[in-house]
Design a protein. Sequence first.
Length: 306
Amino acid sequence: MDCLLLIIWSVSPLQGVGLSVHGRFRVATEKTLFAMPETAIGLFPDVGGGHFLPRLQGKLGLFLALTGFRLKGRDVQRAGVASHFVDSQKVNISHIRAWGESSSYGKTNADSVQCGPANGMLSAESGPILAQCSASDPHTTIIALEKDLVDLKTPSIEDVSGLLKFYEKQSSVESDKPFILEQHMDAINRLFEANSIEEICENLKQDGSAFAQKQFETLSKMSPTSLKLTFRQLWAGAGMSLQDVLIMEYRLSQACMRGQDFYEGVRAVLIDKDQSPKWSPSTLEGVTESFLDDCFKPLGERDLKF
């Protein structure tokens, strides 16, 4: 997917993640919200989660997969989920002229850049543009970025990368804020470095910190089956290609369809919204290794094929 570019505009759970996270270029804005909340509904982080999550820094991917922790704005990029960050607001007109005069893509007529009041459409006579629009229009920069990408004369990886870097340099929203998990990364790497989900839970219980206690309470609410499936999924996926991970995850999806927790999780979280799922089994000990082995077994003729 070297030429795939996705702009993650707002909320991006589940399928939204799968459509965006595997591309070379993944652009977040301050409105982007990322989460993998599947263990709360009796599922697992699918859509290729077994491939990209274990490739994030340290044990961050495992932490996000098990807890469903939410990342917003620049933190999506800082975590490595997005490759670039671009403000969703207006970019200064002087930057338009600077880009147009120095760019190899052709000179920009900055005065021709417009934002139509009726439909928000942008236009320019030639070359890449940055929108000269009201800052009250939250789509301004992203619409301009999309148009500039489409207008590239030679849309190579280098061209796209250069354009994104230019936009990124003009983006200042949340730039002074540290990564939301920065002060906890050492603890995450230490506490989630384990050979089983049971060991992680024991680490959290024994640690004694407020952060560890909060994560233990979070995991205690999740489907035990989902936690064990997810732990093994990411462990296996760390050494697999994306294609093989998707095949594995299809097998896991079929196993979840045969079970009870996914239906119960959807009921409790999305339908009745009582937030009180009755998991079966209700404990980690009740989820046996033989059951997990069956979930990961090939499906023969029913296996996903590419």
